[in-house]
Design a protein around this ligand. Sequence first.
Ligand SMILES: Cc1cc2nc3c(=O)[nH]c(=O)nc-3n(C[C@H](O)[C@H](O)[C@H](O)COP(=O)(O)O)c2cc1C
Length: 172
Amino acid sequence: MRVMVAVASRHGATREIGEAIADVLRGAGFDVDVTDPDDVEDVEPFDAVVLGSAVYVGRWAAGARAFVDRFAGRLAQRPVWLFSSGPVGDPPAPMGDPEEIGPIMRRMGARGHKTFAGRLDRGGLALAERAVVALVQAEQGDFRAWPDVQDWASRIAEDLHSEEIRRLRHVR
Ligand SMILES: Cc1cc2nc3c(=O)[nH]c(=O)nc-3n(C[C@H](O)[C@H](O)[C@H](O)COP(=O)(O)O)c2cc1C
């Protein structure tokens, strides 16, 4: 099975979460491509998709939202999972799902959505971003919880193995 992990990331932290998910899926025997949603021209060659986005000011990145607009119809028949990354601090905040996730899940027919804690490094931010971070007094640091990411990816791998078995039975 070929799996696409498409990740919209501004400063690299969410992309690394996507890479960690891909590592788990590869370890489980799947053929995985990690890509930026803006670079995707076609989803036909893929049996399943994991779409993730960093969250900025309560919203998914424009590239991830555009991916949903372009491919929601064609992906409705395939297994799709979504993840968001953003909350920072200890405990990470804000921890709720972005508001648009419910509608995006319904459009994509997604099997699940997970929010993972993120990373905030003020040094790498643009001036306007620093102003927002100062305003909300967001805590700087790397709060990504790799075991959570790996657990979630392992559950996707199990689900995809079940899907493979179902397909084999259907073919016979
Ligand atoms: C200007 C700015 C606004 C942010 N707004 C949110 C937000 O609304 N919700 C959230 O959970 N995280 C928010 N974050 C935290 C980022 O989503 C987090 O740093 C994430 O890990 C960045 O991912 P990236 O490196 O892939 O771009 C914000 C960060 C910045 C710099």
